[in-house]
Design a protein. Structure first.
Length: 308
């Protein structure tokens, strides 16, 4: 019994030993094959003949060296050509850039000079225009001052004459007839409250004056002494002269021509004021006449109350 067990154990040990030896042999063979037979990544065998490996390595190195020399020579030729070809281009480019920069600088200087000249011309023209405007303004102002002074002098003269103590109209002494000789020559009477019939207008209306018949070119005399206050022209009464006769009274003469007086002129009673003109379109039916109106403190009064 014991012998059988021992034999079985020996058999098992033998089998295990054989299996171990087989595994070891397979492992060693695989390693050998891998290291000797299988090519490496650089194309050589790990345990190949040293002389063969050396020769092949040297051959490869020689091939690589010759190829590198050729490549380097080709690269040098290419670089030399490029440099040779490029040097001129670089020089040309530099020259062109320098020339272009100089031209731009010169153009800029010329433009600045031109702008400066233009500005100088513009400033001179502007200054000249300003001087002309100033002169024109000064001239206008001077002329305006002269006109103002003249108007002021005229106003002062008229005002002084109007306030002249010698202009004292005496209502009791009255006025002389500027034309005609009496009431018989009156065509239209004064009427501020009642209306009067106007033939030319074919209507009744108030009449703030008296319309005295007169011949064309007949002389018109000043009804009272005074100072000419204004000379105007209207559609209804034609050329009309207003005379300040003092004490708030004014004598107004209408339908005149060929005047003998001017503004601000002092006239005496009986002086010729002007001449009878053709009647205006408002008095064509009434015929040639003198429009004569008298105002007291700006209000129209009946001239017949003052005419003597």
């Amino acid at each position: 019994m014991y012998d059988k067990k021992e034999n079985n154990f020996k058999k098992k040990g033998l089998c295990v030993s054989l299996c171990a030896a087989l595994v070891c042999g397979l492992g060693i063979g695989g390693v050998y094959y891998k290291m000797n037979k299988a090519p490496q990544s650089d194309g050589t065998k790990l345990f190949s003949d040293s002389s063969t490996g050396t020769k092949s390595a040297d051959t490869n190195d020689k091939k690589e060296t010759s190829s590198d020399k050729k490549d380097n020579a080709a690269d040098k030729n290419t670089e030399n050509k490029t440099v040779a070809a490029g040097s001129g281009a670089v020089k040309n480019i530099k020259k062109k850039n320098i020339k272009s920069a100089r031209e731009k600088l010169n153009d800029a200087k010329a433009e600045i000079k031109s702008d400066k000249n233009n500005n100088d011309v513009y400033v001179k023209k502007t200054a000249a225009k300003t001087d002309d405007k100033k002169k024109s303004t000064d001239t206008k102002q001077h002329d305006g001052n002269i006109k103002k002074n003249r108007n002021t002098d005229k106003n002062k003269t008229v005002s002084t004459m109007s306030k002249d103590n010698s202009l004292k109209f005496d209502a009791e002494k009255g006025m002389i007839w500027p034309v005609g000789s009496g009431e018989k020559d009156i065509i239209l009477k004064f009427s501020n409250s009642n209306t009067v019939y106007f033939k030319t207008l074919a209507q009744y209306k108030v009449n703030p004056a008296v319309v005295i018949a007169a011949k064309a070119d007949e002389k018109v005399k000043a009804a009272a002494a005074g100072i000419v206050k204004s000379i105007k022209t209207s559609d209804e009464t034609g050329t009309t002269v207003t005379v300040d006769i003092g004490n708030g009274y004014e004598a107004i003469y209408g339908q005149l021509k060929n005047l003998n007086v001017k503004n601000g002129q002092k006239i005496a009673k009986g002086d010729i004021v002007g001449h009878i003109a053709k009647p205006t379109k408002y008095y064509t039916e009434e015929g040639t006449n003198l429009y004569f109106e008298v105002k007291e403190n700006g209000k129209s009064v009946d001239p017949l109350l003052l005419l003597k």
